[in-house]
Design a protein around this ligand. Structure first.
Ligand code: SF4
Length: 774
């Protein structure tokens, strides 16, 4: 890292197209009538409709019932993409042959950077190992005018918060934690690459109008409790499915007590309850954050729309608006929480955690404490953690667990360098990793001797903790907490240590007790810019730039369009696999070492469903062909593909939960998958499947899951009519068992008119390419 260079001229602030957005808002008011009370999320979302009248009235039978009913066709203001998902999004965008993107877009190199020894060695190594991909993304960025943030510049959501997010903006990001920008009053939604391509080519992006789940915050945080605890607690209340189909909108007096970055943390982890996005209203605390990040120039515009009359008040909900559901959290009595292992909604208050460790026989020690990431690396988070480190240092203590710090961006890192916060961490023996995802996305090379398959615990301030998420070891129990709790507990290295009440013994019989942490919300003279090499490329397209993909590459492959649907019902499909239990996008398309094949569909397909448990045998990634031959799931899928045998997967609830990873839809499609029949789906994944021409169906009666086995033969009835009529009608599947018996199973589809078009054309992109030729 170069030294911080505060004197660097700042980039011009990105300003949302407020005039256009407010024009949309006027249309919303005139269509719905001025007495209709709207939530904040509705105001921003509906103001981004391609056609307000059609969006709000014509596609709902009852204009009062927009939420949960209308299919909104939206025009987002901008798109952000991270390096892993950007590859496929850009490869798809390229098939449309356009000279530039229709809306401003940015590319962020963060997911492919390993965390091991520290930024100074990890970053150059990761750049060398991924050069071909970074070069591809950079050249595409330059050619099409997408700002390319190089490796080391920061994690997408932090960079977006510092540079692009603003109250009233609506954006898409090809990453499930895009809602982080809701902390600054933006509607920011995580999508797959194919959805991002909609926005990039100016096609309306479709979303079933979400319900609005209100969370009212009362009181004020104090002591050990931090914004992270709001969402850790809420995840426990709502569970990983509780936010599905909803936007979480925060309100109440407690909102005004939170910092902008604290609100971003809360919104970030709304992804863990399945919410479409989360949003906070504009508050006075947004102003100093915009200033500190060099965007004072947009404050007047924001104030203008925030403080209009009640009727025109765009950045706050209308008084008396209704929420579909409401939860109240009292910040004054909230205590710190620890969530996990293996699922983010297993929430335990800190005071009960020791007991939970004993009851559940969780490990009593933990090997590593990791703070930072896109969720929790604000100046406030880090200075609060530093306060604890300094307290312990003064008592002569060093962390017993390995201690890792991930700054979210170069701005944060450089500022923490200036404030000597990084120095405090290094003195404590902490390792400062690159400004990138690293251990949060399985890119963690552990050097502490924990072997694959060995049970152990870690504590982190990240947002996600599925098995294998951090180190590729499914037996690592990852517990999520605030950076403060992770830091303090790292000094004890014990999961039974409660820093609020417990002491650490010092030599000579003395005892050390932490004082509650204090920190600073924002750096006094704004954020440092840091190393100028980490600034992005220009947003001006340059048609002379060549985007090169080597035909011999094993990392990148240009895309061939999928076959169109054909005609009639689907017949002769076979059940490739019946999945038992949780099936996340990680299960369907694992990350870790596979991330390097994100731009090469045939190669990454070798990981398809390798985490899935066989419902019949209990084995993971073991499939059986009809003759009993045992092989891995991708092997069987490839074999069937080569034989022209198309297939379906049968699964349980919330299939595809976890992330926006579109590879989880592309790979099955590439290997010959036509239908996924599940008890229920995660929203983003369900949409991704349809965009790639795979048909998601749900059991009308969940018990019917028990009636289907691997290798059964499947045919649809009614599907062809549904596709022809644009989504009208019912579908059934007939299941022919190996013994000759045939069953009829009623199923539900969720195909909209447009999505029927995607399926018929073979994919959304096929349809788009066809339309642009017409
Ligand atoms: Fe990166 Fe982790 Fe944030 Fe995802 S959740 S963007 S992997 S830091």
């Amino acid at each position: 890292h170069a030294n911080a260079q505060t004197q660097q001229p700042r980039r011009r602030a990105a300003v949302p197209p407020y005039q256009k957005i407010l024009k949309g808002f006027e249309d919303v008011r005139s269509v719905l009538g001025q007495y209709r009370k709207l939530t904040l999320a509705e105001k921003i979302l509906y103001s981004h409709l391609d056609n307000v009248e059609e969006g709000l009235l014509e596609n709902t039978n009852n204009s009062k019932n927009i939420r949960g009913n209308a299919n909104l066709k939206l025009k987002p203001d901008r798109v952000a993409m991270q390096d892993a998902s950007a590859q496929m999004a850009i490869l798809q965008f390229m098939t449309c042959n356009l000279p530039s993107t229709a809306v401003p877009a940015s590319i962020h190199c963060d997911h492919m950077i390993v965390g091991e020894k520290g930024a100074d060695t990890d970053l150059p190594n990761s750049i060398a190992g991924n050069k071909e991909v970074f070069d591809f993304l950079e050249s595409a960025g330059k050619k099409y005018g997408m700002e390319f943030w190089p490796p080391g510049a920061g994690i997408i959501h932090q960079t977006v918060l510092e540079n692009y997010a603003a109250p009233g903006l609506m954006m898409l990001g090809t990453d499930s934690h895009t809602p982080n920008a809701g902390g600054l009053g933006a509607i920011a939604i995580g999508v797959g690459g194919a959805d991002a391509v909609d926005a990039l080519v100016d096609a309306p992006w479709e979303l079933k109008a979400p319900k609005i789940l209100g969370v009212r915050l009362e009181g004020k945080l104090s002591g050990w409790t931090s914004p992270k605890d709001v969402i850790l607690h809420l995840a426990g209340l709502l569970t990983v499915r509780g936010g599905t189909g909803s936007i979480i909108e925060y309100s109440g007096p407690g909102v005004d007590t939170l910092s902008a970055t604290g609100m971003a943390t809360v919104c970030n982890m709304g992804a863990e309850v399945g919410a479409t996005t989360s949003i906070f209203p504009f508050t006075e605390n947004h102003i100093p954050y915009l200033k500190a990040t060099g965007r004072a120039s947009i404050i007047d515009a924001v104030k203008g729309i925030a403080y209009g009359s009640e009727h025109y008040n765009f950045l706050r909900p209308d008084t008396g608006c209704e929420y579909d559901e409401q939860v109240t959290i009292d910040l004054s009595t909230l205590e710190p929480h620890i969530n996990g292992p293996f699922t983010p909604d297993l929430s335990t208050p800190l005071s009960k955690f020791k007991e939970a460790v004993e009851t559940n026989k969780w490990p009593k020690t933990f090997g590593a404490g990791l703070i930072g990431s896109c969720t929790n690396s604000s100046f406030e988070d880090m200075t609060r953690a530093e306060d604890l480190v300094k307290q312990a240092h003064a008592a002569g203590l060093r962390p017993r667990a390995d201690f890792f710090i991930t700054p979210g961006s170069e701005q944060v890192r450089a500022t923490l360098e200036e404030s000597a916060t990084l120095d405090s961490f290094s003195k404590a023996g902490g390792t400062v990793l690159a400004n990138a995802c690293g251990p949060c996305i399985g890119q963690w090379k552990r050097t502490d001797g924990v072997k694959k398959g060995e049970e152990n615990a870690i504590l982190c301030s990240y947002n996600r903790n599925f098995p294998g998420r951090n180190d590729g070891n499914a037996k690592t129990m990852s517990f999520l907490a605030s950076p403060e709790i992770v830091t303090a507990m790292s000094y004890a290295g014990s999961t039974e240590f409660n820093p609020v009440t417990d002491v650490i013994s010092l030599p000579g019989g003395k005892e050390f007790r932490f004082e509650p942490p204090t920190g600073t919300q924002l750096p006094g003279s704004g954020f440092a810019i840091g190393n100028p090499a980490f600034l992005p490329t220009s947003a001006k397209p340059d048609p002379n730039v060549q985007v090169v993909v080597d035909p011999e590459s094993d990392r990148l492959a240009l895309l061939d369009p999928f076959e169109p649907y054909g005609e009639g019902e689907l017949k002769g499909l076979k059940v490739l696999y019946k999945v038992k239990g949780q099936c996340t996008t990680d299960t369907i398309s694992a990350a870790g070492p596979w991330l390097k094949y994100k731009g090469h569909l045939p190669n990454i397909s070798e990981n398809t469903l390798i985490g899935a448990v066989n419902a019949e045998s209990g084995e993971t990634n073991v499939a059986y062909d009809a003759d009993g031959t045992k092989m891995s799931i991708p092997e069987l899928a490839k074999k069937w593909k080569s034989q022209g045998q198309q297939w379906i997967v049968v699964a349980e609830d919330n299939y595809g939960e976890g992330s926006a990873r579109e590879h989880a839809a592309l790979q099955p499609r590439y290997l010959g998958g036509r239908i996924i029949l599940a008890k229920s789906f995660a929203r983003i994944h369900q949409t991704n499947l349809k965009k790639q021409g795979v048909i998601p169906l749900t059991f009308a009666n969940k018990e019917d899951y028990d009636k289907i086995s691997a290798n059964d033969e499947i045919a649809t009835s009614g599907l062809w009519d549904v596709l022809q009529s644009g989504g009208e009608g019912k579908v059934k599947v007939s299941v022919s068992k190996s013994g000759g018996e045939t069953l009829e199973i009623p199923v539900e589809h969720s195909l909209s008119k447009d999505q029927c078009g995607f399926v018929l054309a073979g994919s959304a992109l096929n349809l788009l390419a066809k339309k642009s030729k017409e």
